[in-house]
Ligand binder design. Sequence first.
Ligand SMILES: CC(C)(COP(=O)(O)OP(=O)(O)OC[C@H]1O[C@@H](n2cnc3c(N)ncnc32)[C@H](O)[C@@H]1OP(=O)(O)O)[C@@H](O)C(=O)NCCC(=O)NCCS
Length: 305
Amino acid sequence: MPRLSIRKLKDSEMKQALRLVVNSGNALMKKVNRKPWRIRITATNPFMLHLKHTDPDGCVGAFENDRMVGFASSIIRENHWYLGYLFVVPSRWSRGIGRKLLTRVIATADPNEVDLFSLCTFSYNSQAVALYSSFGMPPQSVILNLLWRRENDRKLKVRRPERKLTMKHIDDYEKLGFINKLDKRNRGVTRPEDHKFFIDDDKCELVSFYDGRKPVGYTVLYKGGWVAPVSAVDPTYLPDMVISCVRHQLDRKCKLIAFNCPGSNDVILRQLLKIGFRIDETLLLMSNKPFGNLNSYLPAHLAIF
Ligand SMILES: CC(C)(COP(=O)(O)OP(=O)(O)OC[C@H]1O[C@@H](n2cnc3c(N)ncnc32)[C@H](O)[C@@H]1OP(=O)(O)O)[C@@H](O)C(=O)NCCC(=O)NCCS
């Protein structure tokens, strides 16, 4: 068996890392009889590269000679360490590589500064659930992917929002004050670096919601259809924000519309099911302790929550 080495990745290796994620993910999909992810890898993924650039020590590969056999990427935002990706090539599963990668990236957190450790994983991968639990991060909450596909699903029954909220596109780093404050309240940390990425990325737009002149929440709308996160100053605003987002994505003729919804948010879960969304994935939020205000917050891309 070739010797295993773990080292930080170069930018030029991130395309290879993405390929490893897709191959490993698809082997898991096959194992559990789910449809494969259809992701065409033509270039490095800018979002994965962004995480690498904010946290270069947390972005590592496991190598046998020159062959990448595992990939991990973690980030630290204030006191919160978060695992974005951990994937091992299928032919090397269950040989201790995942544990070694996790040990390496978790060590980037200084225990004097970081006290919250989390990630999201597939509920049906008992090996992953066991691995993270053994590091003191047990399951805390179910996170459901709610999805609607224009081609396959029946027409959405969308009502008008009860309160008329105005949506304003945020295109300036200086306008992040409200969003940072709301993140602290609902998500537990501020993360301006991620919002700057969303402002600069032409695949999505950062949008804030107003009730009259009062800012009441924000979202990130992806041109591909995802809506993640959605964050409100008060849970009563969340249903109208969600409806406004659905209408926006429908007007844009997105092929799909999707949200991440905590299983405990009965109001939003029932709302989305009622208008015609379907549950596509069941994931687990795993963490050393509960965090966040999940009644007012629908998670972002699950590599950052
Ligand atoms: C999940 C994954 C990263 C784990 O990496 P790995 O190298 O296969 O796992 P390891 O061999 O390091 O460790 C798995 C541990 O779980 C234990 N384990 C496996 N199945 C278990 C189960 N059902 N119950 C309890 N423990 C279990 C193993 O015994 C091992 O513990 P040990 O080190 O004490 O022996 C890898 O299997 C993978 O890439 N899977 C597909 C993609 C995926 O699900 N990634 C996670 C996304 S967040």
